[in-house]
Design a protein around this ligand. Sequence first.
Ligand code: HEM
Ligand SMILES: *[C@@H]1O[C@H](CO)[C@@H](O)[C@H](O)[C@H]1NC(C)=O
Ligand SMILES: *[C@@H]1O[C@H](CO)[C@@H](O)[C@H](O)[C@H]1NC(C)=O
Ligand SMILES: *[C@@H]1O[C@H](CO)[C@@H](O)[C@H](O)[C@H]1NC(C)=O
Ligand SMILES: *[C@@H]1O[C@H](CO)[C@@H](O)[C@H](O)[C@H]1NC(C)=O
Length: 608
Amino acid sequence: MNKIVYIVSLLFVGILACEGGNPCCFLPCQNRGVCMSTGPETYECDCTRTGFYGENCTTPELMTWIKIKLKPSPNTVHYILTHFKGFWNILNNIPFLRDAIMRYVLTSRSHLIDSPPTYNSDYSYKSWEAYSNLSYYTRTLPPIPEDCPTPMGVAGKKTLPDVKLVVEKFLLRKKFIPDPQGTSLMFAFFAQHFTHQFFKSDMKRGPAFTRSLAHGVDLSHIYGDNLERQYKLRLFKDGKLKYQVVDGEVYPPTVKDVQVDMHYPPHIPEEHRFAVGHEAFGLVPGLMMYATIWLREHNRVCDVLKQEHPEWDDERLFQTTRLILIGETIKIVIEDYVQHLSGYHFKLKFDPELLFNQRFQYQNRISAEFNTLYHWHPLMPDAFHIQGQVYSYKQFVFNNSLLMEHGINNLVESFTNQIAGRVAGGQNLPPAVMMVAMKSIENSRQMRFQSLNEYRKRFMMRPYTSFQEMTGETEMAAELEELYGDIDAMEMYPGLMVEKPRPNAIFGETMVEMGAPYSLKGLMGNPICSPEYWKPSTFGGKVGFEIVNTASLQTLVCRNVKGPCPVASFHVPDVKDTGSATINSSTSQSRQSDVNPTVILKERTSEL
Ligand code: HEM
Ligand SMILES: *[C@@H]1O[C@H](CO)[C@@H](O)[C@H](O)[C@H]1NC(C)=O
Ligand SMILES: *[C@@H]1O[C@H](CO)[C@@H](O)[C@H](O)[C@H]1NC(C)=O
Ligand SMILES: *[C@@H]1O[C@H](CO)[C@@H](O)[C@H](O)[C@H]1NC(C)=O
Ligand SMILES: *[C@@H]1O[C@H](CO)[C@@H](O)[C@H](O)[C@H]1NC(C)=O
């Protein structure tokens, strides 16, 4: 049956006159069909296993047709998951139902990611070079061919609007718009810290290349992305990392101590040049705060393991601790971070066993589109409020003196209490990082990204039919229409930034429907989630496995700060959530700031 459909589909050969250009410039093949030119003016769509057939892979097979008819829209699914709290509270406590839903979330999302990976920014067709050269980010959609009439293929104008104009008109903040989901700066800095281990563009080679060859959660931001750097950061005693003690508190060592390269401007004094896995983490104290917490966690877990295994050498203690920290990271990202971001009342679960009877590849490749969409700089506030003091960007950036001045516990408390900016909806980018947004648009153009609408189709969304539909308003929409000419020529990154947010949400539909598949595939595709790894012995036995399986942001902080432990949350306390009710300490991650830490610890462990 499949064979017949395949042969039939090959009988169709599209003909497109394209000013001598490539016929695939029309992006004719729908539903993940593959376009191949068959001469200067003809093309073929390969519809194999897409569930569709016909010249442009547009006619559904019977099963596909039924599935389309039954499938609710992403917005409907999102609505259900973010409403009916009572229903979800019951369901969350029925293990086999919770497992079934979580399994569905994981498989339905990760099936949207090609695995093994396919294209890269220099190869718009499958090739061994694109598959095997790990220095490239992969590409979810191939680049627009060079010889097309317009930058988006055939849609829109011959040239794209001026980058600075786009950023100033639509992205730049006029007045701070707080995130209605109540996201805290604690979340924002976690996002930046966590993602920089795999978004690490190789600016010497260009935006299509990465320096993080593991393409996933390898904790290279803690341990360095090569063995030489790792060795310089290691103490080579009991598995630990090098550290220094300032006023009785543990901090990362200085660049002078360990001789690793870090990016600091010349005026930063020696004693504030901390050295950690990622070269750029001196950029903001929020990053260095997390780097310090994870450094302490590493050395703490080493102590725990050594107690269990007095016979183990430094190397084994180090390596096993690293696996435990990878597990803790994935646990926290799924159950605290993604949970917060999703706004779901359904309780997400990190349980690799859910996938053991599914078709799932334990591998991952970071794509350039994922990096671009993760430029969430509108999260950043106008200024940083720490223990009653206000720091401007100028005072905050590259200023590690704040860590010692305030201490990790007070930074955690202050970042938990300060609300982050809303990402979608436009006009919320702090002027201090305007250049970053400009750069990401320039890079997208250089890499020849397809349009926002092509990405919407790729991730099972209906393409927008107008600029008004995209922004949900008329003012920016009219101006965008004038600049871009055609909704099918709207660029991905500015599109994501100006897209209409979902009701009371931080993002619009496209950010979530694109971001979630990349994210979950990256987290669950980690080798520690595979059947041979996911067992206690990998993590040094029951005790280590337990550390992974009970990890949370709150316990991570509490186990690694001196004195009373502050509330640590991705959600600011005491904010109206989705217009429903004030958050209660029993039902959310937010707590009053003066709660007893041991109570928090007990509460949180009992939740797990
Ligand atoms: C004050 C805070 C921040 C500053 C000053 C800052 C600054 C920068 C700069 C200068 C770059 C490099 C741009 C380029 O040359 O292409 C960058 C990249 C990036 N930033 Fe931020 N950023 C901040 C916060 C954040 C946050 C909260 C996120 C949240 C996820 C984030 C995500 C990213 C990503 C994903 C990249 C691309 C990294 C790469 O490709 O190597 N940033 N940022
Ligand atoms: C296939 O796509 C091309 C380009 O968009 C279009 O000209 C052609 O009419 C389409 N063919 C069918 C059968 O829809
Ligand atoms: C990957 O591709 C780049 C660009 O063509 C090239 O410079 C580099 O040597 C390749 N890496 C490997 C390992 O082949
Ligand atoms: C850095 O932070 C300290 C507080 O820890 C502050 O006194 C100092 O002015 C800041 N440095 C700069 C350059 O703003
Ligand atoms: C929050 O707690 C208060 C008192 O503890 C209670 O009256 C209220 O119903 C709770 N709200 C929700 C949404 O659980």
